[in-house]
Design a protein around this ligand. Structure first.
Ligand code: PEP
Ligand code: MG
Length: 592
C-alpha cells in the first residue's frame, strides 16, 4: 500500500531541490534497522552473517597490509586482535542464538551481543582487557556497516540517483559519496554552520539538516523531495507535489543561469568601489569547477578536509603536490592555505585525540599543531615549497594569543632560512595571517596585528563563541543568529582595527556568502569576502545593487539597533526588497 506523504521541517543547509530515493547510511552501532525474523528466515540471516564476516575480514587484512611499514608492528597487532574476535566461534554462536531465540534480525542480534560483551570487558580490572571493549565495538560497527552497505549497494552501485540520509554528515563522509549520483543530503543532526553543511554547499548538493526523525520515518528506497531553500523534506510525495517541485527545479535552473551570466562582471558596488570576492575550497577537486577569471583568489583553503579523507597523514611531498595543484589552478591569484584545523567536530581517524567534554573549547586548530610541531613544520614547509608557483598565503586557525602567532612566525622564519640554504624554490615573502574566531582575540587585535600580514574573520566559530550557541546543535539552531547586533558591533571593531593598522581583513565565515549580509559587511568596512562558490553570483549581484554610501548608512542603522529582530526587520525592508526587485518575476521572488 502506498504510504501517505509526510512533510518534515528541518534547517535549510544547502540550496536547491532534489528528488530521488533515500539511501540510509549509519555511522554508529546504535542506529540500525529492525525487523522480525520468521523461522523460515533464520538460514538467510545466518548466511548474511557469514558473508559480512568474510567481507570485514578481507577489509581488515587489506588494511593491515596497506599500513604495514607505515605503523609499528605492535600497532598492526590491533588488526590481529580484531580478526580473532571476528572468527571466534563463541561470538558467532552467541549472535546466532540471539537470532534464533528472539527472532530478531542480524543487526539487532549483533548490537545486543556486543553490548553484553562490552559490559563484561569494561568491568575488568586489567586495563588491556578493558581496551578490548573498544575493539569489539569497532568490529560490531564494521559488521553492521558491511550489512548496510550491501543494502545500499542496490542503489549506490547501480548508477541510480539517490539522497544521502544519516544521523550526521561529516567531512570525512565525502569519500563515500557517489558524486555522479548523489542528489541531496538529509541528516538528523547538525546546523547550517556545521562542517557537513559547509561541505554540502561547497559540493553544490541541496541539503536539509536537523530532522531528528528522518531515519525512523524513512528507509532505504523511500522516495523524497529535499527543498534545501525552505528546509523541508517530503517523504513519499504525492504526484502533485512531485510536479510542483519538478517545475520549481526547472525554474531554479533558469535563475542560476541568469545569475551565472553575471560572473565576469566586475565585483564593485554600484558606485564602483572594488570588493574582492574570493572562493572557499575544501580540496583540490573544488578547483576543477572554478573559473579563476570570476574570482579574486582562494580566500580559504580548508586543508584539513583533505587530511580527513585519508587513512594516514599525507607526506610533505604529497602535500606539496596538492598545494601546487591549487596554486597552478589559481593562475597567480592568492591562495590562502589554512593550516590544519582539526579537533572539535573535525576528527582525524588516524590521529588519536583524547575524549573531551567540550571539544570545541578543547585541543583544536593551532593549539594542537603547536603541541605537535612535526605536523605544523611539514605542512608549512609544503606550503612554502608550493608557494614558488604563485601567490600563497598561510592562515592560522583558532588563534587565541599573540604568542601563538609569534611562535608560528618563528617556525616560518626557520623554514624559510632552511629552504634558502638548501636552494629549494619558495616565496620568502609569503604572507602570514590569523583567523579571528576566538572572541578574546578581538580585544587584543591592536597587539596582534603587527605580527600579521592580514587577518580573516571566521564568523562560523566567532558567532558560536560570542553567542555561546553550538553551531552543530539543531536544538539551538534558531539562537545561532549572526544578525545579533552584538555580533555586528564586534565585526565593526575588527574591521576598524585592521583598517587603521593598514592590514588586509577578510571574512571567510558563511555570512560572507549570505547576500542579505553583503551591504552590511561592506558598510562595516570589509572589502574582501570569501565564500562557497555557489554563492558568488548572488553576492556579486547584491554588491552591484548598492552604493558604498548606502551600505555605510545601513550598517550605521543596524549598529544602533537593540535586537536581532530589529536588525532582521531592517534587512527585510531595505535589503531583501532590493534583492526581489533584482529578481523580479522569478520564483525566487515568489518564495521569499
Ligand atoms: C569559521 O569558523 O568561520 C571558519 C571559516 O572556519 P570553519 O568553519 O572551518 O571552522
Ligand atoms: Mg572556524
Amino acid at each position: 500500500m502506498a504510504r501517505m506523504a509526510r512533510k518534515l521541517k528541518g534547517i535549510a543547509a544547502a540550496p536547491g531541490v532534489a528528488i530521488a530515493p533515500i539511501v540510509h547510511f549509519h555511522a554508529a552501532l546504535d542506529h540500525i534497522p529492525t525487523w522480525k525474523v520468521a523461522p523460515d528466515g533464520l538460514a538467510a540471516e545466518r548466511a548474511r552473517f557469514q558473508c559480512a564476516i568474510a567481507e570485514v575480514a578481507a577489509d581488515l587484512m587489506a588494511l593491515q597490509k596497506e599500513l604495514s611499514g607505515a605503523i609499528a608492528t605492535h600497532d598492526a597487532r590491533i588488526y590481529d586482535a580484531q580478526l580473532a574476535i571476528l572468527h571466534d566461534p563463541t561470538f558467532q554462536k552467541d549472535v546466532e542464538s540471539e537470532i534464533v531465540q528472539h527472532h530478531v534480525n542480524l543487526e539487532v542480534a549483533l548490537q545486543r551481543v556486543i553490548a553484553r560483551y562490552e559490559a563484561c570487558f569494561a568491568a575488568m580490572e586489567n586495563a588491556a582487557m578493558r581496551e578490548r571493549a573498544a575493539d569489539l565495538r569497532d568490529i560490531g560497527r564494521q559488521l553492521v556497516g558491511a550489512l548496510l552497505a550491501t543494502e545500499r549497494g542496490k542503489y549506490t552501485a547501480n548508477g541510480i540517483d539517490y539522497l544521502f540520509a544519516a544521523e550526521e554528515f561529516l567531512p570525512s563522509d565525502a569519500g563515500i559519496l557517489d558524486r555522479a549520483h548523489i542528489r541531496g543530503i538529509v541528516t538528523e543532526h547538525g546546523g547550517k554552520y556545521s562542517h557537513g553543511a559547509i561541505l554540502a554547499r561547497s559540493l553544490g548538493i541541496p541539503s536539509v539538516v536537523g530532522i531528528e526523525q528522518i531515519m525512523l520515518e524513512s528507509q532505504t528506497g523511500t522516495v523524497a523531495i529535499i527543498d534545501g531553500d525552505a528546509g523541508l523534506v517530503i517523504l513519499d510525495p504525492t504526484p502533485e507535489q512531485l510536479q510542483d517541485y519538478e517545475r520549481m527545479r526547472a525554474e531554479q535552473v533558469a535563475i542560476d543561469r541568469r545569475l551565472s551570466e553575471l560572473r565576469f562582471q566586475p565585483s564593485v558596488t554600484q558606485d564602483g568601489v572594488a570588493v574582492q570576492l574570493m572562493a572557499n575550497v575544501e580540496g583540490v577537486r573544488d578547483l576543477d569547477s572554478l573559473e579563476p577569471e570570476s574570482i579574486a583568489g582562494i580566500g580559504l583553503f580548508r586543508t584539513e578536509f583533505a587530511f580527513m579523507e585519508r587513512r594516514q597523514f599525507p607526506t610533505e611531498d604529497e602535500q606539496v603536490a596538492m598545494y601546487s595543484r591549487a596554486m597552478i589552478g589559481a593562475e597567480g591569484k592568492p591562495v590562502t592555505f589554512r593550516t590544519l584545523d582539526v579537533g572539535g567536530d573535525k576528527p582525524l581517524g588516524y590521529f588519536k585525540m583524547p575524549d573531551e567534554r567540550n571539544p570545541v573549547l578543547g585541543w583544536r586548530g593551532i593549539r594542537l599543531c603547536l603541541d605537535w610541531p612535526d605536523i605544523l613544520y611539514s605542512q608549512m614547509r609544503a606550503i612554502l615549497r608550493a608557494s614558488a608557483h604563485g601567490h600563497a598565503r598561510i592562515l592560522l586557525p583558532m588563534v587565541t594569543t599573540r604568542n601563538e602567532v609569534a611562535r608560528c612566525r618563528e617556525v616560518m622564519g626557520q623554514l624559510v632560512a632552511d629552504l634558502k640554504a638548501n636552494g629549494v624554490p619558495h616565496d620568502a615573502t609569503i604572507e602570514l595571517g590569523a583567523m579571528v574566531e576566538v572572541p578574546v582575540l578581538v580585544s587584543v587585535l591592536p597587539d596582534v596585528l603587527p605580527l600579521c600580514d592580514f587577518v580573516s574573520v571566521g564568523t562560523n566559530d566567532l558567532v558560536q563563541y560570542l553567542l555561546a550557541v553550538d553551531r552543530d546543535n539543531q536544538r539551538v539552531a534558531k539562537m545561532y543568529d549572526p544578525f545579533h547586533p552584538g555580533v555586528l558591533r564586534v565585526l565593526k571593531q575588527i574591521a576598524d582595527a585592521a583598517n587603521s593598522a593598514g592590514k588586509g581583513v577578510s571574512i571567510c565565515g558563511e555570512i560572507a556568502g549570505d547576500h542579505l549580509f553583503t551591504p552590511l559587511l561592506i558598510g562595516l568596512g570589509f572589502r574582501e569576502l570569501s565564500m562557497a562558490p555557489v554563492f558568488l553570483p548572488r553576492v556579486r549581484l547584491m554588491l552591484r545593487s548598492f552604493t558604498e554610501c548606502e551600505c555605510r548608512d545601513l550598517a550605521a542603522r543596524a549598529l544602533a539597533l537593540q535586537s536581532t529582530t530589529a536588525v532582521r526587520a531592517l534587512v527585510r525592508d531595505e535589503i531583501l526588497v532590493r534583492w526581489t526587485r533584482q529578481l523580479a518575476g522569478t520564483p525566487e521572488e515568489r518564495r521569499s
